[in-house]
Design a binder for this molecule. Structure first.
Ligand code: JB2
Length: 199
């Protein structure tokens, strides 16, 4: 299989794949100056045939992952660290990665090309949509819904039953106690909207 993107996020995913004994052929990066990562060869988009390659998009940007997922003719696969704990009822779609120390509880649904980063905690009945990033140590309490493309910052806490719109950004350490609309940027405790992104 291959990883698309050869920088910091790829290093963490390489560790997951090695622990799962996956056969990693190479990484592929847009930057022709990157020749290798962690001892693996790095190929480049311009002269690489992506067709039917088993792949994970190892790029932290939610919008770039969405663009490449729609463009590239790969077979996207899931990466789950063996030291994560997922209830047997949890569903996870293609391209998603689950890092070390993550706990996901009963009846939660995780979409495609999601990053559930190191030691994040997602309680029961949550819905985490496509291209979301839940950063390290973030906490989603029960029945939280996160719409497409939203970034939950490191250590943020989202109270039970909260709905967060699409392509929002929740700052590191924020505590979200009210529903958040699409494209909002939220910081602080209690979390307040300081501006809106362009999507
Ligand atoms: O179209 C593309 C493309 N666009 C960007 N095709 C390919 N094959 N590669 C692409 N890239 C590559 O993704 C860039 O050239 C770059 O090497 C890589 C993105 O690396 P960056 O250093 O921006 O960060 P990252 O995505 O590895 O990690 C970020 O997100 C993680 C979740 C960082 O913020 C990390 O700290 C974070 N843990």
């Amino acid at each position: 299989m291959i990883l698309i993107g050869a920088s910091g996020h790829a290093k963490v995913i390489l560790d997951i794949l090695e622990r799962n004994n996956r056969d990693i052929k190479c990484l592929v990066d847009a930057n022709p100056n990157i020749k290798q990562l962690c001892g693996y060869k790095v190929e480049h988009d311009a002269d690489f045939d992506f067709t039917k390659k088993q792949a994970i998009l190892s790029i932290g940007s939610n919008s770039i992952r969405k663009k490449l997922a729609e463009e590239l003719p790969c077979d996207f696969v899931i990466g789950i660290h063996p030291q994560s704990v997922l209830d047997s009822t949890v569903s996870v779609k293609e391209g998603t990665v689950i890092m070390a120390g993550v706990v996901i509880n009963r009846d939660t649904q995780v979409g495609k090309h999601v990053i559930v980063n190191t030691s994040a905690s997602i309680d029961h009945d949550c819905i985490v949509n496509d291209f979301v990033h839940i950063s390290p140590n973030a906490t989603l309490c029960g029945t939280v819904h996160i719409a497409e493309g939203t970034h939950i910052g490191a250590g943020a806490v989202v109270s039970p039953n909260i709905k967060i719109g699409k392509w929002a950004i929740i700052g590191a350490g924020a505590v979200v106690i009210r529903d958040i609309p699409d494209f909002a940027v939220v910081v602080g405790n209690p979390g307040k909207i300081i501006k809106y992104t362009n999507g």
